[in-house]
Design a protein around this ligand. Structure first.
Ligand SMILES: Cc1ncc(COP(=O)(O)O)c(C=O)c1O
Length: 402
C-alpha cells in the first residue's frame, strides 16, 4: 500500500525569507521607494525623487534599434559586447577625454548597475572592505554586500555654504588592513561633488603606494557646470594601474530603460570580464548594442542639450531655494542633483513625506543615501525650466513659512 502523503497545513507559516542567505537578508529597503510609493500614482505631484531626466530617448537611437531588429540582430552575441560597439566606446573616450583606451579594455554591461556589480564580483573577497564616500547612491553599498564585501563609508564634509568636499586625509584615515578598494563617484549622486584632477592624482598615488584598487563610477561625467567634462581617472592612470571605471548610456542619452552600460578594466583582464558577463547576463540585447553605437557616434549634440537644460533648471532651483529661511544650498559642480540642508530636527524621511503631502513635490530623503544624509534632501534637476519654476513655487509655499 502506498504511504499516505502528509497533508501540508496551509496554517503552518513557512518563513522562507528567513531561510535565505544572511547576506541577502541584510539588503536594505530603498527610502526613495517608501516616499515614491505614497505619490507615484498622483498626477499632480512634481516628481523629483528619481535619478532620471524627463526627456524621451532621442528618435535617432530608437530608430537604430528598430533597424537592427528588422535586420535580424536578435540573436546571441559575444558577452564582452559587439566589436563595433567596443570600438565606438574607445573612440568616444578618445574624443571626450583625449585618452587612448583600446577596445579590448571595454565590456558592455546591462547598465551602470551591472558594471558596478561585475566590478564588485571581480575585486572583493568576503570580508574585504571598500571605502565609499557618503551620502552615496545606495546601490553601491548593496552591490558590495551582495558579493560579501563590507562597505565602509567616508563622510563628505559639508561646508557652511552647503558645498561638499572630501579631503584625502579622510580617505586615508578610513583605510584598514582589510581595505581593498576605494570607490569614487565623481560627479557624485547625490551630492554633486566633483573631484578635481589634482585630487584624483593624489588618490591614485595613495592607491599605488598601498596596492589598492580604485573603482571609479563616472556616469555623470558630462554633467558639469563650467567645464566641458569632468576629469576621469583614465587621464592619469596607465593600463596597468588597479583601476576599474564604470559608466552607462542611461544618463547621457535618456536611455535609463535600455539597460546598457560599460566597464573599463586594466590590460589583460578581458577574459575575466568575458566570463563575468557570460555567467550573469551573457550579453545585453544585440539590437540595443546597435542603438548604443548610434548614441556614441551621433549623440554628442543630444548630450549638450541635456546638460544645458540641466544647467538652466539648476540655476532656477538654487536661486529659488537659497533665499528660503533655513535652507542652505550651494550650486553643485556636477551630476543633476541638489542636496539642500533644511534646518530643524525633522528627520529627512518625515520631511520628504511632508513635502509630498503639503507641497506636492516628491524629493528623496537624504537618509536614503545613508545616515550621513540626515537633514538633507535630494532634488533631481534633469527637468524643464518650467517644471523647475513650479517646484520652487510649491516648495516656497511650504518651506517659506516662518
Ligand atoms: C552614481 C550612479 N552610478 C551608476 C548608476 C547606474 O545607472 P544605470 O544602471 O541606470 O545605468 C546610477 C543610476 O542612477 C548612479 O546614480
Amino acid at each position: 500500500m502506498a504511504e499516505p502523503v502528509a497533508a501540508v497545513s496551509i496554517d503552518a507559516p513557512v518563513d522562507l525569507a528567513a531561510a535565505l542567505s544572511e547576506r541577502i537578508r541584510g539588503i536594505g529597503t530603498s527610502q526613495i521607494g517608501l516616499v515614491a510609493d505614497r505619490g507615484r500614482d498622483d498626477p499632480d505631484v512634481v516628481k523629483l525623487w528619481i535619478g532620471e531626466g524627463d526627456l524621451p530617448t532621442p528618435p535617432f537611437i530608437v530608430e537604430a534599434a528598430h533597424r537592427a531588429m528588422q535586420a535580424g540582430h536578435t540573436r546571441y552575441t559575444t558577452s564582452l559586447g559587439l566589436p563595433a560597439l567596443r570600438a565606438a566606446l574607445s573612440a568616444y573616450h578618445a574624443r571626450h577625454w583625449g585618452v587612448d583606451v583600446p577596445a579590448d579594455r571595454f565590456a558592455v554591461t546591462a547598465g551602470g548597475m551591472n558594471a558596478i556589480m561585475q566590478a564588485a564580483q571581480a575585486l572583493l573577497e568576503p570580508g574585504d572592505e571598500i571605502l565609499i564616500p557618503a551620502p552615496a547612491w545606495p546601490n553601491l553599498a548593496e552591490a558590495v554586500r551582495i558579493t560579501g564585501g563590507v562597505p565602509v563609508t567616508v563622510p563628505y564634509r559639508i561646508q557652511p555654504d552647503g558645498r561638499f568636499s572630501l579631503p584625502l586625509a579622510d580617505i586615508e584615515a578610513a583605510l584598514t588592513p582589510r581595505t581593498r578598494v576605494i570607490m569614487v563617484n565623481s560627479p557624485s549622486n547625490p551630492t554633486g561633488w566633483t573631484m578635481p584632477l589634482s585630487e584624483m592624482t593624489a588618490l591614485r598615488d595613495l592607491a599605488r603606494a598601498r596596492g589598492l584598487w580604485i573603482l571609479s563610477d563616472e556616469v555623470y561625467a558630462h554633467f558639469t557646470y563650467g567645464n566641458q567634462i569632468a576629469p576621469s581617472f583614465l587621464q592619469i592612470c596607465t593600463e596597468d594601474d588597479r583601476l576599474i571605471v564604470t559608466n552607462t548610456f542611461s544618463k547621457n542619452w535618456a536611455m535609463t530603460g535600455w539597460r546598457a552600460g560599460w566597464v573599463i578594466f586594466p590590460r589583460g583582464l578581458a577574459p575575466t570580464f568575458a566570463k563575468l558577463g557570460q555567467y550573469s547576463t551573457t550579453s545585453i540585447p544585440t539590437f540595443i548594442q546597435h542603438a548604443c553605437v548610434a548614441a556614441l557616434e551621433e549623440g554628442d549634440g543630444f548630450i549638450r542639450t541635456m546638460v544645458d537644460r540641466c544647467a538652466e533648471a539648476r540655476t532656477i532651483l538654487v536661486d529659488g531655494l537659497a533665499s528660503l529661511p533655513g535652507v542652505t544650498v550651494a550650486p553643485p559642480d556636477g551630476a543633476f542633483y541638489l542636496m539642500p540642508r533644511i534646518a530643524g530636527d525633522e528627520p529627512s524621511l518625515e520631511l520628504a513625506y511632508r513635502l509630498l503631502r503639503e507641497a506636492k513635490v516628491g524629493v528623496a530623503p537624504g537618509t536614503a543615501f545613508g545616515p550621513e544624509g540626515e537633514g538633507l534632501v535630494r532634488i533631481c534637476f534633469a527637468i524643464s525650466p518650467e517644471l523647475a519654476r513650479e517646484a520652487v513655487d510649491r516648495l516656497t509655499r511650504v518651506l517659506g513659512r516662518i
